[in-house]
Design a protein around this ligand. Structure first.
Ligand SMILES: Nc1ncnc2c1ncn2[C@@H]1O[C@H](COP(=O)(O)OP(=O)(O)OP(=O)(O)O)[C@@H](O)[C@H]1O
Ligand SMILES: [Mg+2]
Length: 622
């Protein structure tokens, strides 16, 4: 995410950022005044009413105090009952101040929490709508922190902006009016001047300090993503004994955090000293003015005490201003980052009122399809082929040829640059993505499982499936026996991303969940590559059985698994270089025939364990 809102420039609050921040705040408003929730709106009104009552009470406290002092200092004997009554009012006002502040919280908490929930949920939903391209470009840890920070930011802004800043401003205005009404205009002016100086000082110094804070956040985030990435790759780190390397990368980020954090702490003292000085000067000037007026007989001792009480009462909330201002700025930045995620344009979108895909036979047509992930590197060039309804087409070819890319295109994870992909005569861009993806079942090349039970992972193919159906799918995928041999059976946890299972077990769980989905079209991308040949043959049989009468696209390295495909396409560098039946391709004696011969020589083993690879390793060994 690029820097936004003039990061690093001091005094940016005077310019564009204010508008940006106000814009961010405005984004929040509809959530606080939800159109379809009368009850929440009522709560907002009640909260505002409570706030008004609380502030009125707060401003009357010093006034009752003054009345009491005047009664006590006047030579005339005040009636004791009147004095007691005044003091009772004083106590009541104090209590009302606090009580109504809490009541406001009582009314408002639900509104704020609901807004946070709604916003977090819509960000989450949006993240799932964004393209694969977007997600491959981001670090997942970073994304979840953007949401986490954004939601925290909303909470902070709501509780402090509406519950601290706004009330303080109201109180300042009320006090200014009272001072002006009761005494000389100068009291108001000096009070406002002191507050103005205080606010200006706080904002300037805080703006200057923000860069330390930003650096803290940046290094904090860097440390975090580095730690997560390194722990996710735990096995890899161990394979290469790179613990030291990982630690020093982590420490780099920590060191930057340390430096920024120290600067942040020391500059806070500067802020505090300045604030204390301004308050002291303001208070002293006002007290001197009041003392002179008391001497001159214009003011009573009660007035003197009241002015002092007002100022102290005003300065108290201002004490937090530096913290609040900084945190609110930070919160607004965090919120903006989250709102920017929500505004992140979708790459693959449904056409306006796109109908659902209607699968009749499941005929797939790729017509002159060209595609690139980046414009400067074409991946597929004018690919044309057809999978007639209920037939099986196999795609073979060297690594990186673009085979898996074809499957991603059929799922419409990306839109193609040219040509068209059709299912039963409907361009996949013209139907809803949901219905398209529902129609296709894929066993992907790399299966990643959820960190949950085997049962959950299989049932994921169709969450409404009954346990019997789940078991049936597991039997077909030849994983049932393995599961039953586990102490916890179907409740066995598979570990983060399924890493507690072997590659072949993972692959079979993946096959089971796709079989459970019962799609109209099957897509197997090296679906059995990690299995031994006996298990593979057994699964191939069930797959053939299940996918009979379904259009099927098989991507395979091991050619023996696809000999009876209706058509075999040989893909190389994004182009189809040969096509035909197994027999015809052998007779043509081209690329396919050469591949076939090579694999036959090795006794039809998986490419990763072939003699050639072993010979190469052996040669490299000393
Ligand atoms: N998200 C991506 N961004 C940029 N390039 C990509 C992306 N995904 C794949 N590629 C590139 O596209 C090319 C085709 O990738 P693809 O996964 O389709 O290969 P493949 O034929 O399935 O290979 P394999 O047999 O190794 O699975 C590769 O060169 C790969 O580096
Ligand atoms: Mg692939």
């Amino acid at each position: 995410m690029s820097g936004h809102g003039g990061a690093g420039e001091p005094l940016s609050f005077a310019g564009k950022t204010v508008k940006g921040d106000l814009g961010t705040l405005a984004t929040l408003l509809p959530y606080l005044w939800p159109r379809d929730r009368g009850d929440l709106r009522l709560r907002v009104v009640a909260a505002i009413a409570c706030l008004a009552i609380a502030k009125a009470a707060a401003v009357s406290v010093p006034y009752f105090y003054k009345q009491a002092v005047d009664m006590l200092t006047n030579d005339v004997d005040a009636v004791l009952t009147a004095l007691v009554a005044i003091l009772l009012f004083y106590g009541l006002a104090r209590m009302a101040d606090r009580t109504f502040l809490e009541l406001r919280e009582f009314f408002f908490a639900r509104v704020a929490q609901r807004a946070m929930r709604v916003i977090a949920l819509s960000t989450f939903r949006h993240l799932h709508r964004l393209s694969l391209r977007f997600h491959l470009d981001r670090q997942t840890g970073g994304l979840s922190r953007v949401i986490e920070r954004g939601v925290k930011g909303i909470e902070f802004v709501l509780s402090f902006m509406l519950l601290n800043i706004v009330p303080t401003i109201i109180e300042i205005i009320l006090v200014a009016v009272v001072l002006w009404a009761l005494f000389d205009v100068w009291y108001t002016l000096v009070t406002l001047a002191a507050i103005g100086a205080y606010v200006a000082h706080t904002m300037l110094v805080t703006e200057w300090r923000l860069k330390f804070r930003r650096e803290m956040n940046r290094s904090d985030q860097a440390a975090n993503t580095k730690a997560i990435d390194s722990l996710l790759n735990f096995e890899t780190v161990k394979y290469f004994s790179n613990e030291g390397h990982e630690a020093s990368r982590f420490d780099d980020a920590l060191r930057r955090y340390e430096t920024a954090s120290v600067k942040n702490k020391t500059s806070l003292s500067l802020l505090n000293i300045g604030q204390a000085a301004i308050i002291a000067i303001g208070l002293t000037v006002i007290m001197i003015m009041a003392a002179i007026d008391v001497r001159a007989g214009v003011m009573t001792v009660g007035d003197f005490v009241m002015v002092n009480a007002y100022l102290i009462q005003l300065y108290l909330p201002l004490n937090f201003l530096g913290f609040v201002y900084r945190e609110i700025k930070q919160s607004l930045t965090d919120m903006e980052a989250m709102f920017r995620l929500i505004d992140e344009p979708l790459e693959v979108v449904d056409a306006a009122s796109a109908p659902a895909l209607e699968v009749t036979g499941g005929r797939i047509v790729f017509r002159d399809v060209s595609f690139h992930y980046r414009p400067d590197r074409p991946i597929l060039k004018d690919i044309s082929f057809e999978v007639p309804a209920g037939r099986t087409v196999a795609i073979v070819g060297p690594s990186g040829a673009g085979k898996s890319t074809l499957s991603r295109l059929l799922f419409r994870f990306y839109d193609i640059a040219g040509g068209a992909i059709e299912i039963d005569g409907q361009d996949i861009r013209q139907v809803s993505q949901d219905s398209l993806r529902q129609a296709i079942g894929i066993v992907p090349q790399d299966t990643v499982l959820f960190n949950d039970t085997i049962y959950y992972n299989i049932a994921y193919g169709q969450p409404s499936a009954s346990p019997a159906e789940v078991e049936q799918a597991a039997r077909l995928a030849r994983i049932h026996e393995f599961v039953m041999a586990q102490p916890d059976g179907y409740q066995t946890m598979v570990g983060e991303r399924g890493l507690k299972l072997s590659g072949g077990e993972k692959q079979r769980v993946s096959i089971a969940r796709t079989l459970l989905k019962k799609p109209a079209i099957f897509l197997f991308d090296e679906a059995t590559s990690a299995l031994d040949s006996r298990t593979e043959r057994a699964i191939q049989d069930s797959l053939r059985e299940v996918s009979a009468r379904h259009s099927t696209l098989i991507i395979a390295h091991r050619l023996s698994t696809i000999v009876d495909a209706d058509e075999i396409l040989v893909l190389d560098h994004g182009a189809i270089v040969e096509r035909g039946h197994h027999g015809a391709l052998l007779a043509a004696d081209g690329v396919y025939a050469a591949m076939w011969r090579r694999q036959q020589e090795r006794g039809d083993r998986s490419p990763s364990s072939d003699r050639g690879a072993k010979a190469a390793l052996g040669a490299a060994a000393p």
